[in-house]
Design a protein around this ligand. Structure first.
Ligand SMILES: Cc1ncc(COP(=O)(O)O)c(C=O)c1O
Length: 403
């Protein structure tokens, strides 16, 4: 992977901010020129409405949207593009399923104690409304998913397992195939929150046999405000749409509505057409690099950084110490400092951009009695040189400010 050549595609690196070291990729990634051009192409050449009008501009939009759907399907190993629903983000995909799935009476939903709020709050809401029973699999002190604890929690009333595939703080990944097989043995369906997995490694939904998968495109070189919900055909039939309205229905009269088949059933209202078309370009870009190359690159950078902090006594890694189980995520605290102070100082002294705070995982931090952490997350355009500068800045901060 030629990172230096690849960086030339990212306008940020030839802008007035070209010196930044952007390590906040788990939140949102930078975008290559190819994606920005696809977004602009829509506004410059065919800024019309898809799926409704029949004139030539509208037809072009409809064709481009369906092309993007096919590209996304291929990208995640799905052979049927109609299983791909465009949403506005991963949160919306998770909510479509949580709020729309027809749960049998008394059904339980199993999550983990390591969920992002987007896969936690909807279940708390449904539990409070008495629509489901929400239960969690506890994570042992190692920080790694326990299949034994999962098996014990997978009781006969569990109708759905909804779990984070790769955690957004610790970077750990659950053994998805085993989780799915065990759930299916018990007649439970599985939804994976792929916000931190799909952008970073090859994913094949048919090989995994996962029932539903959600992710956000702004974390994978694509535009803001686009997400994807993948669901098997038979799952789609069990989910009521979260939004009803134009574009999602085949027919209505004064009393009744007939929804269109999926994916349209879940895509009510005018869509973010440029965003969807830009998503196709992002997927093309990542596919050309190769997702295994993306994964290997991130892991290599994480190894360099993890080794580089071994002798910084005041720095504590949040999550397992071993970088090989943390993908491209490096979360940490520096003794005596708040994570926000670390993030502001490192930006000030070295132009390194990292995330700080609780990362939408309040229960994780509260249960451990800590008020957050700093997080660096790597992506395709980050270099070894940037990691060295990051390490120098960390060392300087720890030497100067830690207690
Ligand atoms: C693991 C995980 N799940 C869900 C989300 C929610 O993504 P979005 O805010 O794009 O909907 C995030 C965002 O950081 C995440 O990291």
């Amino acid at each position: 992977m030629d990172v230096e050549r690849l960086r030339q595609d990212f306008p940020i690196y030839s802008s007035p901010e070209k010196d930044i070291i952007y390590l906040d990729n788990a939140c949102q990634s930078m975008r290559p020129r190819q994606v920005i051009e696809a977004l602009n192409e829509y506004y410059l050449e065919y800024p019309a409405c898809g799926g409704r009008s029949v004139h030539r501009l509208a037809t072009k939009v409809s064709v481009k949207v369906e092309e993007a759907r096919e590209k996304v399907a291929r990208f995640i190993g799905c052979s049927d593009p109609s299983c791909i629903v465009f949403t506005k983000n991963c949160t919306e995909g998770l909510n479509i399923v949580a709020k729309g799935y027809r749960f049998p009476k008394g059904a339980a939903v199993l999550t983990t104690d390591m969920e992002h709020n987007s896969n936690h709050v909807p279940w708390l809401q449904l539990h409070a409304e008495g629509k489901i029973k929400h239960r969690m699999v506890r994570t042992p002190p190692s920080g790694l998913f326990s299949l034994e604890a999962y098996k014990a929690a997978l009781t006969a009333d569990v109708a759905m397992v909804s779990m984070v595939h790769t955690n957004n703080v610790t970077g750990t990944t659950l053994p998805a195939k085993a989780v799915i097989e065990l759930a299916h043995d018990k007649k439970a369906v599985v939804m994976l929150d792929g916000a931190q997995s799909v952008p970073h490694r090859p994913i094949d939904v048919e090989d995994l046999d996962v029932d539903m998968l959600t992710f956000s495109v702004h974390k994978m070189l694509g535009p803001s405000g686009v997400g994807v919900l993948y669901a098997k055909k038979e799952m789609m039939d069990r989910i009521e749409p979260l939004l009803g309205g134009g574009g999602s229905v085949g027919y209505t009269d004064y009393e009744r509505v007939e929804f269109l088949p999926p994916p349209e059933k879940f895509e009510a209202g005018l869509m973010n057409y440029s965003g969807v078309i830009g998503t196709g370009a992002a997927v093309d870009y990542l596919s050309a690099i190769g997702m295994q190359n993306v994964a290997d690159h991130e892991k290599r950078l994480n190894r360099i950084v993890t080794r580089g902090v071994e002798d910084i006594d005041a720095l504590n890694i949040v999550g397992p110490k071993d970088p090989s189980v943390r993908d491209g995520l490096f979360s940490f605290n520096i003794r005596g400092m708040t994570s926000h102070d670390v993030a502001m100082i490192i930006d000030e002294i070295a132009k390194v951009q990292i995330r700080s705070g609780m990362h939408c995982m309040h229960p994780f931090f509260r249960s451990r009695g800590i008020d957050g952490c700093a997080r660096a997350s790597f992506y395709v355009y980050n270099t070894e040189g940037e990691c060295r500068k990051f390490l120098d800045a960390l060392r300087h901060i720890a030497d100067t400010f830690s207690s």
